[in-house]
Ligand binder design. Structure first.
Ligand code: GLC
Length: 740
């Protein structure tokens, strides 16, 4: 629709109709009158509100969305189509690895392809908007939503944010062929104190800007159409009512003119935060902060008109918000086609194609990180050794992670299924071995009934038999592969944990099996970094597989048997102990660093009972190749605008490999303290067997900008150190001077 017509439409609306466009309800309001009575009463809204609401949450499927849209438009005076928004975080029906695994690929271009698939599938299923990318920077593995993040580094997060937004929206000549992306959760939700979900976030504006905003900014610069507010406070003000963050920084400083939508019930939660005394005040705060859509509360629906009548809200604020929602609907072409071409036939031919599955397998292969490989136990040779696969994740198809809302476990390839395809029965056996958890009561928080909980897991007799069977089978095996990990529900939203080791029941089982003295491989499933200090001593090899998605089993077996040379590199540090949290590689030096020259022994910045460093550092990952770095060369020892840096890498193996060459920089002295190093460049490079390449990087002055003491964003002259290597610790170093 021409914008002039859209503008006329806006001003043809009544205030009730305008307010309706700013309300988002969940799907249960649209499944027939009898079903929606309860939810209406709970939210304190009327049937009229439902009729006027502008968007709906988490209804997908072309048949359903078409029916709901048809009914909605038939009852609508203004004929403004309903907007369908959903959580399609890392794949629709073709589910890719969780984003913490996607981050470990260090391959944004590949992830852009994956998100294009996600967009095609979800568009064919009637979705218009997805609440992705989630790009909250994370430094605390206790927080369950590490699962959804690409990790701890500002640059890597920004690159993935750009790739995901462009993949999802698929814009060509200004036409959005994909679906609208909604970057979240703005801002700094990942810095919740104690790693405790929904907890307070408080940090300096410098830290916010220097470390936490890069992903959101990249998403906005990539043209994301929506931004979702986060549940947390920032500087004492909950984000959903925070004018500094939403109005001044996001809209005025960054120029974001898209739709801001609150997170689930976050407008009303301004009351719980204690910053609004009632729904009217909460509504006023959120609208004045320029939050456009109220997700799933009755605040805007019930309070905006009274506030307008009482002159407590500038009508132009409401008109601006409605205009942004109408523009979004227009950008999606909804006025021309409210269904955007979604039909059951299109859905049928789009979902889960062989090409999509193949891409999911490649992404999962690149997401998996080889953490240990003692005496090169891996890769295994099919049918050479007798293999026992053991553990609760051995034949599990629920390996997609908590936010795979639209994935089907029946589509998933388990490790056992993948191994049976390549191993002969006399060389392979499987045993459950042990329960995933000792106690499943917490599933009640997700609505599981007592009977359902009772049906999960093994009885005590079954547990005894499972162990006996596993020990017997283990005695006959040459290699034992342990498929272990945290429960899907132990990470993701509201999945904060203070103990981030493998579940104790699994650790106890491993201790019993280790006594068999066989070659051992741990394949670990998790939505966060786990503490593997015990397993590192027990296992010959360790694969971190995250929740690898649809093709997880195939990808894992491809790596176990060498069809794929592992290339994953951690995008989040793995600790020795949960007590190290928060842990991140780009920390400050402190006045008493470990290598302090003026202080000795006790009186330096360290723990009495744990190393400072990560067990497995940011950027770490092994492969079946041994890549040697040499000859780090800076074209100048002094830099004004840019510096060319080169390094030689050689693949000292007979296998082709993918090597992620990482370049970090330290600003040795600044007007504020500067990190010990910061990732500035990286390249994922293929090397053929025994191939040597020279890799070149260009470092620009802008790469050295930071927020100085007066918050000027610029570089400061002085000494810098360049670190180039295969991870954040194992590097070659050279220094240079930045001139005025
Ligand atoms: C949830 C999450 C958010 C999600 C939204 C809609 O509470 O915080 O990430 O997109 O609600 O489901």
């Amino acid at each position: 629709m021409q914008e002039s017509k859209l503008f006329e439409l806006l001003h043809s609306l009544s205030w009730a109709e305008k307010v309706g466009q700013l309300v988002q309800l969940s799907g249960d309001f649209f499944h027939g009158e009898e079903l929606s009575t309860g939810p209406k009463q709970k939210l304190g809204i009327t049937e009229e509100t439902v009729k006027l609401t502008g968007s709906v949450l988490n209804i997908t499927g072309s048949e359903t969305t078409r029916r709901v849209q048809e009914q909605y438009l038939a009852n609508s005076r203004h004929k403004i189509p309903l907007l369908f928004m959903a959580d399609i975080i890392y794949g629709y029906r073709t589910v890719f690895p969780i984003p913490l695994g996607l981050g470990a690929t260090w391959h944004p271009e590949l992830i852009r392809e994956a998100f294009e698939v996600s967009a095609e599938e979800s568009r064919s299923a009637g979705a218009h908007v997805t609440f992705a990318p989630m790009i909250d920077l994370v430094r605390d593995a206790r927080w369950g939503r590490c699962l959804e993040s690409t990790g701890e580094d500002p640059l890597l997060n920004a690159d993935f944010a750009t790739a995901m937004v462009k993949g999802l929206q698929k814009e060509k000549d200004g036409v959005m062929e994909g679906i609208a992306s909604c970057v979240k959760h703005f801002a700094a939700y990942g810095a919740a104190e104690g790693g405790r979900e929904y907890n307070t976030v408080d940090m300096s504006e410098r830290r916010l800007r220097q470390d936490y905003l890069s992903g959101y900014k990249a998403a906005v610069d990539a043209g994301c159409k929506l931004v979702m507010t986060s549940f947390n406070t920032y500087d004492g003000v909950p984000v959903t009512g925070n004018e500094f963050l939403l109005k001044h920084l996001l809209r005025e400083e960054w120029g974001f003119d898209g739709v801001i939508i609150s997170d689930y019930a976050a407008v009303r939660e301004l009351i719980d935060h204690g910053i609004a005394k009632d729904e009217k005040e909460a509504t006023q705060l959120a609208m004045q902060a320029t939050n456009d859509i109220d997700m799933k509360t009755g605040c805007y629906a019930n309070q905006l008109e009274p506030l307008l009548k009482e002159g407590k809200i500038d009508p132009e604020l409401v008109n601006d918000a409605v205009w942004r929602v109408l523009k979004l609907k227009n950008d999606l072409g909804l006025f021309e086609d409210p269904y955007r071409g979604a039909t059951p036939a299109l859905e049928e031919q789009t979902l889960l194609t062989p090409e999509n599955r193949a891409l999911a397998r490649q992404v999962a292969s690149e997401a998996i990180v080889l953490l240990k490989n003692e005496e090169e136990l891996l890769p295994l040779v099919p049918n050479k050794d007798k293999i026992l696969l053991v553990g609760p994740y051995g034949d599990k198809q629920d390996i997609m992670g908590l936010w795979a809302v639209h994935g089907k476990a029946s589509d998933v390839v388990s490790i056992k299924a993948a191994m049976e395809k390549i191993l002969s029965p006399d060389k392979f056996s499987f045993e459950n071995g042990c329960d995933l958890l000792d106690d499943y009561q917490f599933l009640g928080e997700f609505g599981a009934t007592k009977e359902q909980i009772a049906s999960v897991g093994m009885t005590s007799e079954q547990r005894i038999k499972a162990l006996d069977d596993a020990l017997s089978a283990g005695k006959e095996a040459d290699v034992i592969i342990f498929a272990m990990g945290e429960h899907t529900m132990q990470s993701g939203e509201a999945g904060s944990r203070t103990d981030i080791t493998l579940p104790e029941i699994q650790k106890e089982f491993i201790r019993q099996m280790i006594a068999l003295d066989k070659k051992t491989v741990l394949v670990s499933f998790s939505g966060r970094p786990l503490v593997y200090t015990e397993e590192v001593k027990q296992m010959d090899a360790i694969l971190q597989v995250w929740f690898p998605g649809l093709e997880g089993g195939n990808a894992i077996v491809d790596i176990l048997y060498g069809k794929t040379n592992p290339s994953g590199r951690l995008s989040m540090s793995f600790p020795h102990s949960v007590g190290q949290m928060p842990l991140y590689y780009n920390e400050f030096k402190t006045g008493r660093p470990l290598n302090s020259t003026t202080h000795r022994g006790r009186f330096i910045s360290k723990y009495l009972d744990s190393p400072n460093e990560a067990l497995f550092p940011f950027g770490y990952g092994l492969s079946y190749s041994n890549v040697q770095y040499s000859n780090l060369v800076l074209n100048e020892k002094q830099m004004t605008d840019q510096l060319t840096i080169s390094v030689d890498i050689k693949n000292e193996s007979e296998r082709t490999c993918l090597e992620t060459v990482q370049l970090y920089v330290q600003d040795v002295v600044g007007s504020v303290v500067r990190p010990v190093k910061e990732l500035k460049k990286y390249k994922k490079v293929q090397l053929a067997a025994n191939e040597k390449k020279t890799i070149h990087f260009t470092l620009c002055r802008e790469d050295l900008y930071f927020y100085q003491q007066d918050m000027t964003f610029d570089a400061e002259p002085g000494e810098f150190i360049v670190f180039v290597g295969k991870n954040s610790q194992d590097t070659l170093n050279e220094s240079f001077e930045l001139l005025e």
